[in-house]
Design a binder for this molecule. Structure first.
Ligand code: ZN
Length: 439
């Protein structure tokens, strides 16, 4: 499937660079093969996405730098339905929002401006957008997130917020998808400062929140039925300064778990833990709940599997084979997943060393130099968010799937210059909403 996407991408760009302003993409699908049923839609999506130019470039040079206004798609030997075109338009709009949010530099997309951009994107849709930016309320409700944000509070334009998105479909709700997105608009590493050139590209550490926002936009544009969505985006800058949090501090999470900070560079899991704790409370009241976290969480994910999304299930999610389903559907829509497992070693790794705390956020080696570097953070998420009390044998089991896009968030794995991929939007849309491209 990705060969179709690659071919469409380079063909469309070549036509644009040759001066074409209305382009017809002709897809020769391998007819009759079920695994390639979505080849034309995937190619069209890649072709449309290839025309995206960074927000900074559009704001500097105007819309003329995206000169192609019309992209037609035809499938040789196939029929391209109107509903397929609608799916592509809505999905492309979601990906475009995700790319803008993820790809833009840290001042233009500082937390308050990130929130404004999201609000503008959802204007006129059925999605309710709420932005919580009251510092006192955030400190009470999101204590771990606010530890990460502490050194940013002195700079009003860098102050954090939590953006909440709610989509209620028409008709009966059969399932509720609850999404937590990591939105680190800049990650200096904090007091455990990123050195040796590892800081460049860290404005892209908001790819999880960006993909979640794009996913909700696409679902709302398609007016997808049956599934209610609640998303919380933690939009925070991890700065360094005299008020920065430091390793060894013990901070109680929203769920009441006393977290000992292992390194201030393990910031995303702190943000996600508080978001997931709030979503946990929503989930307990919801129809058919399933929680997800989406994050550029670890360098280890890219080291382990290269340019693939990684999904890990907790016990209740494993009973639904959620990670496996993401992997199967990901292959069909050219946005592939690998499945990782959560193991007892992951819980052992973050266990408290004394009664002073309840869990350790991280060791103090880079994740890429740590065995199970992308798996053990999920154990921390389960503990610090309180989801650990909602396992298979609990009174209220809550399925939870953690998705790490540390290897897939930027094309070519180039976090400074690569195009943001918008992944895993397409697979999640197809899996959670059953919204495969209409055949
Ligand atoms: Zn970090």
């Amino acid at each position: 499937m990705r060969r179709f996407a690659d071919a469409a991408r380079s063909g469309v760009r070549r036509a644009r660079d040759a001066g074409a302003r209305a382009i017809l993409l002709l897809v020769h699908g391998p007819n009759g093969k079920a695994s390639y049923a979505n080849a034309a839609a995937v190619a069209a999506l890649a072709g449309a996405g290839s025309l995206w130019e960074p927000l900074e470039a559009r704001e500097a040079f105007g819309d003329a730098i995206e000169p192609v206004q019309t992209l037609g798609i035809a499938e040789v030997g196939g029929e391209f339905a109107e509903s397929t075109a609608e799916w592509i338009e809505a999905t492309a709009a979601g990906l475009r929002l995700a790319r803008d949010l993820a790809g833009t530099e840290p001042e233009r997309m500082a937390p308050p401006r990130f929130a404004e951009y999201v609000q503008a994107a959802f204007r006129g849709t059925k999605v309710k957008v709420t932005v919580q930016k009251d510092v006192k309320k955030l400190q009470r409700e999101y204590p771990l997130l606010m530890a990460v944000a502490r050194a940013s509070l002195g700079v009003p334009r860098h102050r954090p917020c939590v953006v909440r998105l709610e989509y209620v479909p028409k008709g009966k709700v059969v399932r509720t998808v609850l999404l937590a997105g990591k939105g680190l608009t800049y990650d200096t590493g904090g007091a455990d400062l990123k050195t040796d050139g590892h800081m460049a590209g860290m404005s892209r550490d908001k790819g999880g929140a960006a993909a979640v926002a794009g996913l909700v936009l696409a679902a709302a544009k398609l007016a997808l039925p049956g599934v209610r969505v609640v998303a919380e985006l933690g939009v925070v800058r991890n700065s360094i300064g005299s008020d920065a949090f430091v390793s060894d501090e013990i901070i109680a999470s929203h769920a009441g778990c006393r977290v000992r900070i292992g390194t201030t560079d393990a910031d995303g899991r702190l943000v996600l833990a508080d978001l997931l704790s709030h979503l946990r409370l929503d989930a307990a009241q919801a129809e058919g709940p399933h929680l997800f976290s989406v994050a550029t969480l670890t360098g280890h994910s890219g080291r382990a599997v290269g340019p693939y999304n990684i999904a890990l299930d907790n016990g209740p999610a494993r009973a639904f084979a959620t990670a496996e389903t993401l992997m199967q559907i990901g292959d069909l829509v050219g946005d592939p997943f690998e499945v990782s497992r959560l193991r007892r070693e992951d819980f052992d790794f973050v266990q408290p060393r004394s009664k002073a705390d309840d869990t350790l956020s991280c060791n103090n080696l880079p994740s890429s130099g740590t065995a199970r570097g992308h798996q053990f953070p999920m154990a921390f998420l389960c503990l610090a968010s309180g989801l650990v009390k909602h396992g298979t044998d609990s009174a209220v089991p809550l399925p939870f799937t953690h998705i790490d896009i540390g290897g897939s968030g930027c094309e070519g794995g180039d976090w400074q210059h690569g195009r943001p991929s918008g992944r895993p939007l397409v697979t999640m849309l197809a899996t959670l909403f059953g919204a495969l491209p209409p055949a």
